[in-house]
Design a protein around this ligand. Sequence first.
Ligand code: PGA
Length: 263
Amino acid sequence: MNMSNPRIPRPFFCGNWKLWGTLSDSVALATGVRDAVAGVTAADVAVSPGFVALATVAEQLKGGSLGVAAQDGYWESKGAFTGEVAMAQIADGGARYAIVGHSERRQYFGETDASVARKAKAALAAGLTPIICIGETLAERDAGQALAVVARQLDGTTRTLTDDELARSVIAYEPVWAIGTGRVATPAQAQEVHASIRDQLTRRLPARAQQIRILYGGSVKPDNIADLMKQKDIDGALVGGASLTVDSFAKIVQQGVAACTPS
Ligand code: PGA
């Protein structure tokens, strides 16, 4: 986040709760986060409960600034697709965002860049902001392929979006080896990939790429968020484990905002 550049996007912090919590756990965590970040006006903040809790949490947060994200969503709007949840249903439930293409969905549920692209497009059509996840595995990084893999995934997941749709999307760079492992990318490693994502977006949308938010995800914690947010092309974070308590997620938001606010 580069404060000398007036075109930088507004920071965005999204908690990814994954498979966690009862309905009452979800409401308690969401309302706790809402109260803890009530004073934060310089960033957008969202939480992503599981589907059963999503509409109830959104109802509790109605009228406030804390947003709700779905963790996935399907591209068809209705029909014989047992078990799927349509992006329009997610929007109707009160969400503003949908995470698409998380590496756990790719790894365990067979998601591909092509399916993620369809989901991103459907999210936009339903009025949601997609948070499009990309990131290399450890083997790919060790083989020197990190930038190439991320470039291919970015292209594959966004190629079918119109320029306007791409400009309204959020990209999340999440190195698979850093997710849930406690092994965070160094700020320099993350910035290198974010800069390359920004360059690729700039080639496609020269006038608007600076406005597109590129989040970092992978073992973000209160004690590493500040150094990440000081990087020029890191505009926020997608936070898994550390978003499951009010205290740690609120600290990430507050310290993340402080790190990109000129003193
Ligand atoms: P983590 O998860 O913060 O627990 O590493 C991040 C994510 O998977 O989005």
